[in-house]
Ligand binder design. Sequence first.
Ligand SMILES: N[C@@H](CCC(=O)N[C@@H](CS)C(=O)NCC(=O)O)C(=O)O
Length: 370
Amino acid sequence: MPSTNVKHIDRDAFFRLYGSEVSYFTAKVRPAFRIKRVPHVEVLATPRVYREIIRARTGLQFIPVVVTPEDDTWQDTSDILDRLEERFPEPALVPPTPAQRVAAFLWELYADEFMILPAMHYRWDFADSIAKARADFASTNGDPVAAGKFADRMSGVLPGIGVVPDTVPAIEAHLAELLADLERHFAQHPYLLGGRPSIADCALMGPFYAHLYLDAAPGHLLRERAPLTCHWIERMNHPDPDEGGAWLADDALPDTMRPILARIGADASAYVLDTVRAYEAWADARPADVTEPPRAVGFHSSTLRGVAFQRYTSPYTLWMLQRVIDPYRALPEQDRARVDRAFAGTGCDAFFRCQPRHRVEKQGYKLTFG
Ligand SMILES: N[C@@H](CCC(=O)N[C@@H](CS)C(=O)NCC(=O)O)C(=O)O
C-alpha cells in the first residue's frame, strides 16, 4: 500500500529556506532545492524571522538564509548552491566538463553582478512597478511603514550601482537584445547549457523571476516579447523530475549562446573588471586598522556602451570573479586551451586574463582579506 511509505518520512528532517517571492537571491536558489528534490519548506522572511533567525544567526540582514536539519546556517546563495551540490550531487547542477563548467560560473557572475542593473531599473524607475513592489514588500513584511522604509532604501541604491538617466538607454537596450537572443536560444534548447538545468539557469532566475517576471512594467514586456523565456521561468520554478535531458555533448556551448556571451564580454566585463581594479587600488593602500573589507570601499568610474558613470566599489565583486577564474586557472593546460577556444571571439577572455593581485575569502558570513 503506497500510504504506508508516508510513515518512513522523517518529518523533522527538512531544510528551511527563509526568503521571499520578490527577492532576487531567493529566486536563485529556490529552483536548486526543487530540482534536487531536497526536502524543505520555504518560510517567509517576516519581521520575526529577521529577528530570531536571520540577524541572530548571521549578524546580517540578507535573504535568503538556509537552516539545515542539523541546525547549521547557510548564507550567501553561491555558498548555498555549492553546499547543496556537495550534499545532493544528483541531479548535478554544476557541469563536470571544463567549458560548460566555466560557462556556468560565468553566467552566475553575470546574473548576480550585472543583471542587477535592468532588474533594479525596471523595478524602481516605472510608476506601476514601484506601486506593485511597495505593495509586495508590505504584504511580505506585514508592516507597511517598515516595508516602505525598506523600499526607500532599495530604490535609493540605483545611482550607486550605476542606474542613472545616462545609462538607462544602454541598460534597456541590453535587456531587449538579451530577450531576443534568449527567445532564439529557448526555441532550440530547454535550458542554457542544453537539455538540463545548471547553476547558470538558477542564477538567471534571480533577475528574471523575482524582478523582471513579477514586477509590473517588465512583467508586461516579458509576456509580450519573450514567451519562451516565460515558459523557461515557469519550468525552472516547477521542475519535472521525470524530464531527463542532458547538457550538450562534447562540452559544447550552444551556438545560440554566442551572441549572449559576446554581450557579456562587451557590457558586463567592464562593469565587473573596473570594480575589481578599483578595489585592488584601494586594497594596495588600505589603512592598517581596516581588518575586513567593508561592503563598499568608495566609488569608481566605469563605462557602459561608451557612457561614463560612477559606481560604488564592492569587494564582493572580486569574490564572485574568483568563482570563475579559480576553476579556470586550476584546469590542466589542455583543458584551459579548450575553454579559450570555446569562448574565442566573445570578449569573455577579458575575465580569464584578469589576474588579481588581491584575494578575498569568506570566514563565517563575512568577507575577509585573502
Ligand atoms: N550575495 C548575497 C546577496 C543577498 C542579497 O543581496 N539579498 C537581498 C534580497 S534579494 C537583501 O536581502 N538585501 C537587503 C539589503 O541589501 O540590505 C547572496 O548571494 O545571498
